[in-house]
Design a protein. Structure first.
Length: 391
C-alpha cells in the first residue's frame, strides 16, 4: 500500500510540473516552481521566481536578455499577464531563433512590444535584429489605448499561419500578415539599459502564461474588420484587402483618388520614384533614393526618401522627432500613397511621412484620371507586391 501511495504521489507531482494540456485545451508555459523548461540567452540580466511570477531584473552593460522556452512553437494562441517598471522597455518574442549562421547567434524574430513610453506602441510588433518595426501603431491609434502603466496587463497573441494578431487588455493592437518565420521559441525580454545607472534594478513581471496549439481555428477571435491590417506577404491580396477592394496594379489603367501599396528595394547610389501626378510642367513623385548621395541638408529636405519630391520633405508624423525608419539598402521596405479629396499621404514601413494639400502644392491640380509609373532613374531599384484600390 505504501508503494502504491508513493507512486501516486510521484505521478501527481510529475503532472503538476508537466506541460500536459488542461481540459480546456490550455497548457501552462510556467509551472510556478522552476525554470527547467527555459533558458537565458544573449545577455546577463537575471530572472528569478517569486510565487507565481517570473521576474526579470535590469542590469548594467549587458545587451538585451531573453528567457526563452526550450521548446519551439509554430502556430499557437498565447495569453500572459505582465507588469513593467516604467520606463523600462520589454517585449515577448515569438517564432524567434538563435542560430550561429545569423549574426553569431543573436536572437531575432517577432517581438510583441511592451512600451510604457509616451509613444505607446505596446502590443505593436517589432522584428528584433532584422527589419525593425513592422507593425507600429500609427495606423491603429485606438490600439495605443490598451496598455496601462503601473499595473498588470493582459496580452493575447494569435500566431496562425501568416496571421499574427495581438490584443492588450481586450483591445486589438496588431493585425499583421507576414511569412518570414514560421516557427521558433517564445522569449521574455529584459531590455538593455546600457550604462544608465538610474535604470538598475527595474523589473518586468510575468504570470499566468498559457498556450494553445490545437483547434486554433475554433478558438481564434473573429476579425473585427476595423483594426488596420499590414500585409507583408509578397504578392498576396488578403481576404481583408479583397473586401476593401484592393487589386493588383495594372499599369495601363488610370486613377483619380486611390490607395496604392507597394514594396521597394534599392541598392547603393540608386534612385527611383513612383510618379502619380503629371500635368504640364508639374509632377508628383514618391521619392526613392540612397540618402548617402544627398548632402546633409538635402537628406532632410524635399529630395529625401519618401518625400513628395521637389515640394514637401518627408518626416515622421506619427512619432514626433523620430527618424523615418528606413530599413536600409538592399532590404525590402513598404511604401504607400493615398490620394483622396485633394489630400496626399505618403507612408513608409508603417509610418506616415507626408500629409499635404494637393491644390496648395500643384497650381494645376485636377481630378482627371492619371497613370501611375514606377521608375528606376539610376542604379538598381526593385518593386514588388503592388496593389491598389480606388477611393
Amino acid at each position: 500500500m505504501k508503494w502504491i501511495l508513493f507512486i501516486l504521489t510521484v505521478f501527481f507531482f510529475s503532472c503538476q510540473n508537466s506541460s500536459t494540456p488542461t481540459s480546456d485545451g490550455w497548457t501552462n508555459l510556467f509551472n510556478e516552481k522552476n525554470l527547467d523548461n527555459w533558458e537565458t540567452r544573449n545577455g546577463t540580466a537575471e530572472f528569478h521566481i517569486e510565487g507565481n511570477e517570473i521576474i526579470g531584473t535590469s542590469k548594467l552593460n549587458t545587451p538585451n536578455t531573453f528567457l526563452c522556452t526550450k521548446k519551439m512553437y509554430s502556430d499557437f494562441i498565447l495569453e500572459v499577464e505582465l507588469k513593467v517598471d516604467t520606463p523600462l522597455n520589454s517585449g515577448i518574442q515569438i517564432r524567434s531563433n538563435s542560430i550561429p549562421e545569423y549574426r553569431d547567434g543573436v536572437i531575432h524574430g517577432y517581438q510583441v512590444e511592451v512600451d510604457p513610453s509616451p509613444r505607446a506602441f505596446s502590443g505593436g510588433i517589432y522584428d528584433e535584429q532584422r527589419r525593425g518595426w513592422i507593425y507600429p501603431l500609427c495606423e491603429n491609434q485606438e490600439g495605443s489605448k490598451g496598455f496601462k502603466n503601473g499595473t498588470w496587463n493582459h496580452y493575447r497573441i494569435e500566431a496562425i499561419g501568416s496571421a499574427i494578431r495581438v490584443w492588450v487588455n481586450g483591445i486589438q493592437t496588431a493585425n499583421l500578415r507576414d511569412d518570414m518565420t514560421a516557427s521558433g521559441f517564445i522569449g521574455l525580454q529584459v531590455h538593455s539599459i546600457g550604462k544608465d545607472s538610474s535604470m538598475v534594478g527595474k523589473t518586468v513581471r510575468w504570470r499566468n502564461m498559457k498556450i494553445q496549439t490545437d483547434n486554433l481555428e475554433t478558438n481564434r477571435k473573429v476579425d473585427d474588420e476595423k483594426t488596420a491590417e499590414i500585409n507583408l506577404v509578397k504578392d498576396e491580396i488578403s481576404d481583408r484587402e479583397k473586401k476593401l477592394g484592393y487589386n493588383f496594379f495594372q499599369k495601363e489603367k488610370k486613377y483619380e483618388d486611390f490607395d496604392l501599396k507597394f514594396q521597394f528595394k534599392l541598392s547603393a547610389d540608386s534612385e527611383g520614384s513612383v510618379q502619380y501626378f503629371s500635368h504640364k510642367n508639374q509632377k508628383g513623385f514618391f521619392q526613392i533614393i540612397d540618402q548617402k548621395v544627398l548632402s546633409k541638408e538635402d537628406q532632410n529636405g524635399n529630395q529625401s526618401i519618401a518625400s513628395l519630391k521637389d515640394f514637401v520633405a518627408s518626416k515622421n508624423i506619427c512619432v514626433e522627432g523620430r527618424h523615418r525608419d528606413f530599413r536600409g539598402l538592399d532590404k525590402w521596405n513598404t511604401g504607400r500613397i493615398i490620394v483622396q479629396n485633394e489630400k496626399i499621404e505618403h507612408w513608409m514601413n508603417g509610418y506616415q511621412l507626408i500629409n499635404a494639400d494637393a491644390k496648395s502644392i500643384f497650381s494645376d491640380w485636377n481630378k482627371e484620371p492619371q497613370q501611375i509609373f514606377f521608375e528606376t532613374k539610376k542604379g538598381n531599384v526593385e518593386f514588388s507586391s503592388i496593389k491598389i484600390r480606388k477611393l
